[in-house]
Design a protein around this ligand. Structure first.
Ligand code: SF4
Length: 464
């Protein structure tokens, strides 16, 4: 066998086939039925056989061949350290708007991975530019039916795309989308909109081209560029202001109405930030057609409001005063304030606490990029009693109790001994926490990432 890659087992599920085979965390799966494994996609297809010879390397370096029979759809029941055994494929670009390049120094290393890996796109919905993909990749996509993918289009003008991504090959976007289509792959698309660059007539062109690619093109998201104070790229970029956001909404609405008339769905969705920035109400649920790009943050506000609506409030009364501070990014604070105002309960005092992002700069206004230090700075400036602090779960690392700046939830809690700290993820949590604080507790133990679930399915549970 040439170059050996291996799937390193992180966790073995109780009662699983893996447990029966006595596999343990740290074991590496090197090959199945003599087939090399580059990722969990290879592994899942190899495991579709009923007779398996599995080559394992134990933590002490000893190799062992385990042979067993299984039902073709029987799951192995393990979680791997990474879904891609041969390493994450990095990007070949230097985009004007790259957020990884704008991350503050000394942030944790997982934030600075410039991945552009079509396998992670299929498995977890990460967006890829396809500038590092060749014929072998498209063949594999076809062979394994890896569909849909998520493609960062940015614009369909070849020269402008090559310029924005600082990659000559980026000009071939139309050809690469053709390749996907020939491989039988459908795709969701995204445009990171930069004011004065790929908006206006360029956006018109991009929309026209992508719309013409239906039904292979499944959806189109348009999100405004985000800039942090650490950006030192020489190319000047501008963010949208309220007026610019309103203009984009008006321009895109024409297309949305046209497509809704043609096929009864919206197809093009704007990032929530456009509506929040323009001070307009986010669209209704029907408009989002089942929220195809929710993992990309599209429709998160409406989904939050829906979850709130669907959740019955806790009717128990508060016998003692309860003072709750709700930590949030500045953009969504008015929405949370409205919901909090609708809660009428004796002895309940809610304070919405919008936190300015000093760490990344005040133009960064989402809850998910708040650091513990900024949150503490804001809270410490607010006097008054405090029973509990609700923090956005998105500000914590997926499945871990650690903020972006490596401050642990425990350290944060120690700073506020008088208050109980609880993460809140969506509208359901928010309503339960406000109306039933004494019983509310968020259990985060079961969250995982990179789980291979079955021969034909994958869990997609990474948080953004
Ligand atoms: S594709 Fe562009 S935005 Fe994405 S990681 Fe690479 S340089 Fe950054």
């Amino acid at each position: 066998m040439s170059k050996q890659h291996a799937g390193v087992i992180l966790r073995v599920y109780p009662g699983s086939l893996a447990e029966e085979l006595e596999l343990v965390p740290g074991d590496k799966i090197i090959a199945i039925n003599e087939q090399e494994l580059n990722d969990i996609i290879d592994l899942s297809f190899a495991m579709a056989d009923e007779e398996i010879d599995m080559l394992i390397e134990h933590a002490d370096g000893q190799q062992e061949m385990i042979s067993f029979d299984k039902d073709f759809d029987e799951e192995l029941g393990v979680e791997f350290e990474s879904a891609v055994f041969d390493g994450i494929r990095n990007c070949a670009n230097h985009c004007y708007f790259c957020f990884v390049d704008m991350i503050a120094p000394h942030m944790r290393s997982s934030l600075s991975i410039k991945d552009d890996d079509y396998r992670l796109s299929f498995l977890y919905g990460n967006f890829v530019t396809m500038t590092n993909m060749g014929p072998r990749d498209f063949k594999r996509i076809e062979q394994y039916h890896l569909s849909p993918l998520y493609v960062s289009v940015q614009c369909m003008n070849p020269e402008l795309r090559a310029q924005m991504l600082r990659c000559k090959g980026a000009a071939k976007i139309a050809e690469q989308l053709d390749n996907l289509e020939k491989a039988g792959c459908d795709y969701h698309t995204q445009v990171v909109l930069c004011a004065g660059l790929n908006d206006g007539p360029e956006l018109e062109r991009t929309i026209r081209d992508i719309v013409a690619r239906r039904p292979h093109a499944l959806s189109m998201a348009i999100v405004p560029v985000g800039l942090t104070k650490y950006r030192d790229d020489p190319f000047p970029l501008r963010q949208f202001d309220a007026e610019g956001a309103a203009r984009v909404i008006d321009e895109v609405e024409k297309w949305q109405a046209k497509i809704r008339q043609e096929e009864g769905r919206t197809f093009i969705y704007l990032g929530d930030e456009f509506y929040l920035l323009a001070g307009r109400e986010v669209p209704k649920t029907d408009f989002y057609d089942g929220f195809p790009q929710l993992d990309n943050g599209i429709g998160l506000t409406r989904s939050f409001l829906n979850d709130w609506e669907k959740t019955e409030e806790v009717t128990d009364s508060y016998s003692e005063p309860v003072y709750l501070d709700v930590v949030t990014g500045t953009s969504v604070a008015p929405v949370l304030q409205q919901l909090a105002d609708s809660v009428q309960k004796e002895n309940l005092y809610i304070r919405i606490v919008p936190v300015k992002n000093d760490h990344f700069g005040h133009t960064v206004n989402v809850s998910g990029l708040l650091t513990a230090k900024d949150i503490m700075k804001t809270l410490d400036s607010l006097p008054g009693p405090r029973t509990g602090i609700l923090i956005p779960e998105s500000a914590l690392r997926s499945g871990e109790d650690i903020f972006l700046d490596d401050v642990s939830l425990e350290e944060f809690q120690a700073h506020y001994p008088e208050a109980r700290i609880e993460p809140v993820q969506g509208g359901k949590d928010f309503r339960l926490a406000l109306t039933g604080w004494n019983a509310y507790h968020k259990d985060r133990q079961n969250e995982t990432a990179y789980t291979w679930q079955s021969n034909a399915g994958y869990t997609k549970n990474i948080q953004y």
